[in-house]
Design a protein around this ligand. Sequence first.
Ligand code: ATP
Ligand code: MG
Length: 596
Amino acid sequence: MKPESKPDAASTTGQMRQAFTLLHRAARPDQHHLSWAVLWLILAALLEVLGPIMGKALIDEHLLPHHLDWPRMAGLLAGLVLTGWIASGLRYLQLVRLSGLAMRSVMRLREMVYTHVLLLPMSFFDRAITGQLVSRVTNDTEAVKSLYIQVLFVMLDSTIVLIGTVCAMAFLDWRLMLIVLALLPAVLLIVWLYQRWSAPAVTRARALRSEINGQMAESIGGMSVLQASNAEQRFGQRFAATNENHYTARLAELRANAWLLRPALDLFNILLLAAVIFLFGQREMTATEVGVLYAFISYLARVIEPLIQITMQFSQLQQSVVATARVATLLNEGAAQEHSGQAARASAANDSSAPAVAIRHLNFAYNPGQPVLHDLSLEIPQGDFVGIVGHTGSGKSTLLSLLLRFYPAEHGSILMHGVPLDDIDNERFRAEVGLVPQDPFLLAASARENIDMGRGLTQEQIETAARAAHAHDFITALGQGYDTPLGEGGSRLSVGQKQLIAIARALAGTPRILLLDEATSHIDSQTEQIVQTALDELRGKVTVIAIAHRLSTIRDASRIIVLNHGRITETGAHEQLMQIDGGLYQRLYLLQQLAA
Ligand code: ATP
Ligand code: MG
């Protein structure tokens, strides 16, 4: 994930293209709404331009010459009222269409982003920053809405009104129109100044706001560590500084608006007005020109207003384009390989003789040049209970990640029940392999939902799994049994209990292979006994591969594999490994005996 990027000239066109391609994709099912909204908008803007012309006719042809032709005057008046009324109606229709379209686009986009994130490979999350990712899904997709409503349509609207007004002016008096146009470069200068002044402030304010979110999320996530290390004050100060910077940036943005936009352009309006009146004074005003003066004065306001609107939307446009482009970039992140090994299905179905796991000459590195696993070869028969031990950082969890297909193996191969890992289709793979991770992850939901994980299991299946994991007793002792909410991250449970729930969850899927990463590292000896019994009971039915720091957990394993710096250095049953004098396993075991 890239850090929040600032727009620069070189990348702007690319971002524009990216943003609008995505916009098009999100709005495609609503294409007809878009066409209608544009049509209503154009009609409304044109009707609004017609108003002053009718006003002029009323003044010049009837009021001034005192030519009171009532039917025609009533017609003109009615036209004046009616065009205004119809224009508001059209604007209402346009807004409803457009808002619906924009909100549906946001909805679609959000769904696209979320489903995409769910499919991203694990290696993506090694780099991703949670706060930024969340901001993609919530804030950046919302920017699409403002791109539609605030930016594109305001710009389109203003442009149409501007062009229509200039045309109407030319129709009334082309020399006057030329004078108004001649003064436009000065307006453009103000617009340009505003851009220079306000755009950086807008960008800064936005980046700082995302930092405020980030700091908040980080602090809440690590609150216990934060308070325990007495860092409240430091974090408070850091937050206050960021907050203050944000305020300053917002203020700068506001100043640019307050100085340039309204006052400068309003002043301009007055100058134009003076010029028009002066010109009328020069030419001997004939009676017929009062109406033109009225119409021109009405139009002047309409020239300035769209310009103010367009100017104001420019920085918003920039921000929205950047945000939308960020969403597009995220959507372009390669999804995890979709495994659909149709061919392998049949052959894998009932190969009871093949080993559950066969690893051949496996090498792996997270970062090129820093190998983590070296030439690993290993065969695990079905129904076996295998333990993996080794120092911190020796590559145990990495080996499990590869078995779980979170990362692709670079060199060498992994076969499960005789089928290469890549050839097993996703659904089958996830059903066959269960995981109890190093940090049990619980949803803020009930015990039942945490075991079920959306698989739609029956109460019986859930209870059987909970019993097998020896979690049934403590779950029923909770206030509402299986329906007890466990709190965010399972905060109502002890770590050991979370671990047991995680085991029950893995077993509920009736996996053929169960992987455990340090399932006993957080629990007391008594609970460890429970887990040990649970694992023992699985022997022969499920292939169990368990990483354990606490060697007593895997003492009874049929085979123990000792990893050292990414290589298998010893393998055998507990008794065999204890025979190796000076061996790593022997040393680790004796150390733990001493400590106990
Ligand atoms: P522990 O007993 O502490 O859990 P482990 O044996 O499970 O250790 P691994 O997590 O497999 O160790 O890590 C093996 C090596 O790979 C370590 O040097 C670690 O720094 C590195 N490593 C682990 N995960 C990543 C990652 N996502 N990106 C880059 N390097 C990683
Ligand atoms: Mg580990």
